[in-house]
Design a protein around this ligand. Structure first.
Ligand code: IMP
Ligand code: MG
Length: 176
């Protein structure tokens, strides 16, 4: 399959959006014990940019989750490949995700953070495809609403390709 990329979100829009969200988070969590938890691998670039603009003290951790199978449609069976390493009990947890698609991944991670004793759990996502949702998820901080297209770049991959691109692209396959 031949892959074509078409530019969807330019890096300057990403930069502005990341600043906006970081300021909002800094305001909302002022005086609280915020633990920012990134979902690997997709969220790593977004999270790196975001936390450098947050102006309150935070702690940082990661989880790695995987859904079975590869390709462009996510499976419902989520597996925790690597857990957080910091104590979560009584902290305010903010989960950072690259993109919300069906919603299963985030619901799994939200439930997990609650199960291990988080005081509160909220979600910050770079992008969301609401038309693909199969289970509801509350996203407190959202960067971009995107159409039902597979997107890559700025951390997002297709079969582990394209994560390093500084802008966000829609992936169009050659036979479309
Ligand atoms: P969900 O569990 O269906 O919400 O899937 C979320 C996960 O699927 C994200 O963390 C991404 O890793 C992946 N994903 C969903 N849509 C896209 C996309 O358009 N580009 C890249 N990854 C995606
Ligand atoms: Mg992901």
């Amino acid at each position: 399959m031949e892959e074509h990329l078409s530019l969807l979100i330019h890096r300057s829009d990403i930069e502005q959006t990341v600043s906006r969200i970081a300021h909002q988070i800094s305001e909302d969590y002022e005086g609280r014990q915020l633990l920012v938890v990134g979902i690997l691998k997709g969220a790593f670039i977004f999270m790196a940019d975001l936390i450098r603009q947050i102006s309150i003290p935070i702690e940082v951790d990661f989880v790695t989750v995987s859904s079975y199978g590869s390709g462009t449609s996510s499976s419902r069976r989520i597996r925790l490949m690597q857990d957080m390493t910091m104590p979560v009990k009584d902290k305010d947890v903010l989960i950072i995700e690259d993109i919300v698609d069906s919603g299963y991944t985030l619901n799994y991670v939200i439930q997990h953070a609650k199960d291990i004793g988080a005081r509160s759990v909220a979600v910050c996502a770079l992008a969301s495809k609401p038309s693909r949702r199969e289970t509801p998820v509350e996203v407190s901080y959202l960067g971009f609403t995107v159409p039902d297209k597979f997107i890559v770049g700025y951390g997002l991959d297709f079969d582990n390709k394209f994560r390093y691109l500084p802008d966000i692209y829609a992936l169009e396959s050659g036979d479309e």
